[in-house]
Design a protein around this ligand. Structure first.
Ligand code: TYC
Length: 115
């Protein structure tokens, strides 16, 4: 009996299971997904519509029809989300758009916000 109890009441596994046969507890799968960020374009009275369409095609990979549609949404509503990205990608898109607008002397504003 002493031998059996030393196996069945093994104290190296919580609950006193047999350490040679028990399955180890499942590791906690707590891999939080990285936060996402909305990138938005803001309306203004001066940036030409064609320039905004070009921005959407060039930096957001949208086709011409999608770009016209989103540009018009910004024009009418004041802003629109143009894409959702990881922090690093969103930051890069914002910087690219702001730099492109500045170089062309347009007041176009592009911002990001946590989703
Ligand atoms: N409102 C601008 C115009 O009438 C067009 C425009 C659209 C500007 C979208 C900025 O993000 C913008 N020329």
């Amino acid at each position: 009996m002493a031998l059996i109890s030393s196996i069945t009441l093994s104290d190296d596994v919580p609950g006193g299971g047999n350490s040679e046969t028990d399955v180890i507890a499942k590791p906690k799968t707590k891999t939080a997904k990285p936060p996402l960020y909305k990138v938005m374009l803001l309306n203004d009275d001066y940036t030409p519509m064609e320039f905004v369409v070009l921005v959407l095609e060039r930096f957001f990979g949208l086709n011409h029809g999608q770009s016209v549609e989103i540009m018009l949404t910004v024009h009418k509503k004041g802003l629109a989300v143009v894409g959702v990205f990881s922090y690093e990608i969103a930051e890069t898109k914002v910087a690219q758009v702001m730099d492109f607008a500045r170089r062309h002397q347009h007041p176009l504003q592009c911002t990001m916000e946590k989703e």
